[in-house]
Design a protein around this ligand. Structure first.
Ligand SMILES: [Zn+2]
Length: 121
């Protein structure tokens, strides 16, 4: 992969990392506050549980994204960014632009989705 392309994706991913890290901090604070809340009646209880659940869901998604970005940055540094981890073929630039954290090419992705469907069915 060309130097400019590596620099381009490193910049994009670093920026995204900077965007989500403060968000994770804010969510952690909110979750902490939420768990210490003492609801007065049933209505309060259900609404606070509801918002806590949403926050937890967002938080786990951000955490996953954080790990995906960290892994992509590691691969950029190591030089195997943009190489499919399953078939060792290059992942198309269009696919990387749309989803810089992807680790598999479109063919393998389709294969995985097909396998998922078979497993579920
Ligand atoms: Zn592949």
């Amino acid at each position: 992969m060309e130097k400019e392309v590596v620099a381009h994706f490193t910049a994009i991913l670093t920026k995204r990392l900077e965007e989500i890290i403060p968000g994770i901090q804010v969510l952690k604070e909110a979750l902490k506050e939420g768990s210490e809340m003492r609801p007065l009646d049933e209505v309060d209880l259900s609404s606070s549980r509801y918002s806590l659940e949403i926050m937890m869901r967002i938080q786990s998604r951000s955490h996953q994204e954080l790990q995906e970005i960290a892994s992509a940055l590691r691969r950029l540094k190591r030089g195997d960014f943009g190489i499919c981890t399953l078939c060792d073929h290059a992942i198309s630039l269009e696919r990387l632009k749309a989803q810089p954290t992807t680790m598999v090419c479109i063919d393998c992705k389709r294969g995985l989705e097909g396998a998922e469907r078979i497993k579920v069915a």
